[in-house]
Each structure stands twice: as structure tokens, then as C-alpha cells.
Design a protein around this ligand. Structure first.
Ligand SMILES: [Mg+2]
Length: 240
């Protein structure tokens, strides 16, 4: 029985959307070399995710609101997304969007898709009257270097002992949170990370693949929790 059995945690950029919207915004409005250098430093762990966003916002020139908004609204979601959201609603699977990107564009895209009822945790971004981008990090935690919005804490705060937790993601900001869930769906860089670090995961190309697998898991009488994740979750409670 799948009903209510899983808690779903879903990345936004490159998972809900086809491209990494946050990164694309900076690639559009800033010098490409500058962006590449900052992102490279993030990916080689020289700077944290928060530092990366702060540097990018600081380096950005004044941006016209209309131009920014039009660019955001040109970004597409994964074609199978709606099917997946309906599947979760049909089976009472609680779903949370955990993004290391910004509310500014996430809200616009989810509203366009009629999905603004989804629960979202993300960083915040303001475009001030001079066209400057000002980032805020309400969920920052210095333990989580690779994600300025500490996704791990949202997983722990929104799931209990009885829940089977599921994470679906694709990139750098998902490396930390996947350590704390029972079932990992990974593509692109996150898939490579799981391979290299021998973390058990399910590869996926689109959300229909996730549905097939969740149906399979849901039909099992007994499901096993991932032991490594249980240990990691316990560690957090011991520290705090
Ligand atoms: Mg992503």
C-alpha cells in the first residue's frame, strides 16, 4: 500500500525545471567568465554555496525587472512534473520543494504552472529599486556548506520515525541532504556523486521513472529503512 507511505523531498533547479534557472539568470546577466570562476570554486568546495550566491549577486550589474521576469518565465518545467504532483496528491504523499535557489523565480514559475500551493523552502532574493540583486538566507546553517538553504534540516523537521523519506535531485546542493533519506533518486551530477561515494540510489530520467519505482516500493509488505541514513539522522540529534 503506497498511500501516505512516503515523504517526498524535491529539488527545484534542474529537477522541477529543465535547466538550472538560478545559474542561468547569472549566466544571462553577468560576464560568463566571472560566473564560471565563481561556480568552479563552489564545485571544488573552495567556497560555500552561500558565498557563491553572495559573490554572484555582488558581481551582477543593475538588472531591469521586466527583462529578469521575462527570462524567468521563458524557463520550462519537466514535462512529467504535473503527472508526478497528481500522483503524490492521489496517494497522499506529502511533498516539499527544497531549493538552494531563490523564491523570486521559484514562485513565478510555480504560479505559472498552477502549483503555488506546493510547500517550498528556499533562499530569498530581492530586486531593489536600483536593479541590484539582494540575497537572503533564512535557513542557513554553517554545517551545510554545499547548500545555503540547509535542506537537511527541512528533511529532519518534516519527517518522523514512521516515515519513509524520498529525495529527488540532480546536483551539488543535494549531496548533503541525500545522506539523511531512505530512498534517493538521482540524475546528472548527483548520480555521479552517488556512484563515486557508493551511495545506494535509483537513477531516473523523468518523473514517470520515479512513479514506477515508488509503486514498486509501495507494493512491498515490508520496506527497509536505509541504515546509513538512520545513523546520520541520529548524529544530528546528538549534536543539537
Ligand atoms: Mg538542482
Amino acid at each position: 500500500m503506497i498511500n501516505g507511505r512516503f515523504k517526498i523531498f524535491l529539488d527545484f533547479d534542474g529537477t522541477i525545471t529543465q535547466s538550472d534557472v538560478g545559474e542561468e539568470i547569472f549566466r544571462k546577466f553577468l560576464d560568463k567568465e566571472v560566473v564560471n570562476k565563481i561556480v568552479e570554486n563552489l564545485l571544488s568546495d573552495k567556497i560555500s554555496s552561500r558565498e557563491c550566491w553572495e559573490k554572484l549577486c555582488k558581481a551582477a550589474p543593475a538588472i531591469e525587472k521586466d527583462e529578469l521576469d521575462n527570462f524567468i518565465l521563458s524557463q520550462k518545467v519537466e514535462p512529467t512534473l504535473h503527472h508526478f504532483i497528481e500522483f503524490c496528491e492521489e496517494h497522499n504523499l506529502e511533498l516539499f520543494v527544497l531549493s538552494d535557489g531563490f523564491d523570486y523565480y521559484i514562485n513565478k514559475i510555480l504560479t505559472r504552472e498552477d502549483l503555488n500551493h506546493l510547500k517550498v523552502y528556499s533562499n530569498k532574493l530581492i530586486l531593489d529599486s536600483k536593479g541590484k540583486l539582494l540575497p537572503y538566507f533564512p535557513y542557513y546553517n554553517s554545517d551545510c556548506k554545499s547548500t545555503a538553504n540547509c535542506k537537511r534540516n527541512h528533511i529532519i523537521d518534516n519527517s518522523g520515525e514512521e516515515d519513509y523519506t524520498v529525495f529527488i535531485g540532480d546536483g551539488n546542493s543535494d549531496k548533503d541532504p541525500i545522506q539523511y533519506v531512505d530512498f534517493i533518486f538521482a540524475k546528472k551530477d548527483l548520480l555521479k556523486y552517488c556512484e563515486v561515494n557508493r551511495i545506494t540510489y535509483f537513477p531516473f530520467k523523468n518523473f514517470d521513472d520515479v512513479i514506477v519505482r515508488l509503486n514498486e516500493l509501495g507494493s512491498k509488505k515490508r520496506l527497509k529503512k536505509r541504515h546509513q541514513a538512520e545513523l546520520k539522522r541520529r548524529e544530528v540529534f546528538l549534536i543539537e
